[in-house]
Design a protein around this ligand. Structure first.
Ligand SMILES: [Zn+2]
Length: 86
């Protein structure tokens, strides 16, 4: 299956660093960047406002495949992700 062309946001999100957590789950994490939109952080349940530093996180070994995992990515406050992933 040929890969679908990615838009800029996805291409940027695709540059994730793999993080293997002690619970056995693995994630890709985008470089931290100021949020361009408002998201709800899965870590604390609060909004990530525009301009707040956030990371996009998606499952590394998803049974749904990499593209689906990327589409299901969640945006976290950088501090909340660090707290979750330590
Ligand atoms: Zn948060």
């Amino acid at each position: 299956m040929a890969p679908r062309p990615l838009d800029l946001g996805r291409a940027r999100g695709g540059q994730g660093v793999r993080v293997d957590l002690q619970d056995g789950r693995s994630w890709f994490v985008s470089p931290p960047s100021p949020s361009a939109k408002i998201y709800v952080c899965p870590g604390c349940g609060a909004e990530i406002g525009r301009g707040q530093v956030q990371v996009a996180v998606w499952e590394a070994d998803s049974l749904l495949g990499g593209q689906s995992a990327l589409e299901l990515r969640r945006h976290w406050h950088l501090a909340c992700w660090r707290d979750f992933a330590r």
